[in-house]
Structures are given as C-alpha cells and as structure tokens.
Design a protein around this ligand. Sequence first.
Ligand SMILES: [Zn+2]
Length: 358
Amino acid sequence: MPSALHRRGDAAPDGDRLRSCAIAGRSFGRAIALPGLLLLVATTACRTPTAAPIAPVAPTRMASHPAVPPLAPAPAPTAVVSPTLDVIATTSLVGDVVKAVGGERVAVHVLIGPDSDPHDYKPSPGDLAAIEAATIVFENGLHLEVSLEPLLASFHPAGDRGAQRIAVSDGIATMRGAPPADPADNPHVWWDPVRVKVWVRNIAAALAAADPPGSAVYQANATAYTAELDALDIWIRAQTSAIPPDRRVLVTDHEVLGYFAAAYGFTEIGAVVPSVSTEAEPSAKDLAALEAAIAAHGVTAIFTGETVPTALGERVAADTGTRLVSIYAEALSAPDGPAGTYVAFMHHNVTTIVEALR
Ligand SMILES: [Zn+2]
C-alpha cells in the first residue's frame, strides 16, 4: 500500500479526511457479492515465516597447542517448528512486526502486501481462506483500515470466540490532524519507532493469550525487537543531527510525517494535498499557500510516497524549483527491496531524507 492509501479522485466525504487515510476497500463488498470475480484477481503476496537465520560458524583455527581439547560435537539440529498460530496482518508494516514477535510459532498472512495498491486491492481466494482460518487479525487501527471493516467484520464478528481483532496502535499517544479539518487521530504512528514499541507490547500480549505455551518465546522476541527499536531511535537521532535546524522542514505529498517530525525535531510545513488524505484536490489557494511556504522556508525537496500520483507534486516542484524525492511512506518494499522490513524501511527513508535536506 505504498502511499497510495489515498489516491485522489476516489472521493470521500468532507470531514472524513483523516479517516480517509484508510485503506480503501469499497471493492470488498463487490468482491464478496461476486465471488466469481475472485478467480480473476491476482493473489497478493504472502510471506511465510522463514526459519531463523543460522548463525555463521566462526572459522576454526588450527590448534597450535596439543593440549587444546577437541571441539565438542555440534548439537543435533533442532527440528523445524511448525507454526502454532495462523494470523492476519492488514498491512505489510504491521505484518513485519508481528513476524518479529511471533517468530517461527506464527504464520502471518499480510492482506495488503508490498507493491499492492489498496485502492485496487481485492481479496484473493487465498486472502479469504486465510481470514477465515485466522486466530487473530492484527490491524494498525486509528481508522487506517476503516474501509476494510465490512470485510473483516464479516469474518470476525464481535464476540466470535477465537477470532480476535487486535489494533496494534491501542495505547499509543496519538497526534491529531490540523484543526479544524482533520480532528481525528493521525494513523501514521509507525514513523516513530518509540511508538512502535507499543505495537510490540500489544502483539506479544495477544499472541501469548492465544498461545500460552509460547509466552516465553514471544516475550523474548519482543524484548529483543524492542532493543532493536531503541537502537533505531538512537540511530535516527544521530543521522538527523547532521541536518541544520533551519533545514529541518518537511513537505510531503500528504501529511504522513507528523510523528517523525515531532520525534526528531522537524516541522511539517505543508503538503501538496494539505491533508492526511490524497482524496481531495487542493484548491488553487492551497497550492499558492504551499508554494509561498516553500519559498519562505527555502525548502529544496518534496517527499512523496511510492505510488501516489505525482502530477501535482511535479507542478509544485516545477513552480518552486524544488525536487521530488521518493520515500516509502506507508508500506514496505518487496522483501528483496530497500525497505523489506520495518527497520530497513526506516533506515532507507531516514537516509533519503537526510541526504535530501542537509
Ligand atoms: Zn497516509
């Protein structure tokens, strides 16, 4: 769902701008009503959990002293663990963190995977089967997936035992859109790794509740991954410190970087589409105001998500002498791409932002 979460032209009601930062899924109803169509849709990517990487074996030096005891025999290889839980993650970002916490005990099916456009997304037969079989559905929450609601509700109605829906962002200190138009919570919490630590806690708790024998494994994985997030936060602080304060100004295609800006001392001065949604056309007045702000702040780059239409952005860039710089805003890349995991996503994006601004 690369940043095409909200494509212009797919009109949403006024006043629903933050909410429309949601995965659009009007097509779901049609897809359910017309199951024959499902035969035509492509299967979305679904990564199965991979075995933990085998630690590289240190090269063995020839013993120069005869008293050195022989190496102990290698332990017998551990049997491959079959996943204990089948779960759903709505987005590739949520799915990656679930995989980090669940490890080999959890098979994660991501509904809207890398390279998938949520506006064109239709559940494949594999998606529907996975949803039906899942024990837990992990969602970002904060209204990001509001358009998936009819689909998920049809499979996991409230009160259906054994079919939990977990909003991983529950408990996060949220930010709001710019009043008065965007009074709802900003859903783009993953742009702050410290907030993602709340995802980790929620995911570990939900997995442990569903699979008590795995509790210790989930807790250990959560602890290790939380340490990775702390290290990522420290790394981002070090990287962004290279940008002079007067250049810590962000312009985006739509308002996705609010949490990043707040966490690392940036100001999001405007967006080509002045909303967390790209569904509304900015007015001529909006564009004039943005271009004036760009000029006033000496902005040199506009950050755009991978698949958001760029025609307007190109126009603003041409008008203001700035350039468009691509980031991964709302989804991972393919696994072998530059943003194949959440941590890689942040590394890639921060490096891109720092290089563009300093
Ligand atoms: Zn968004």
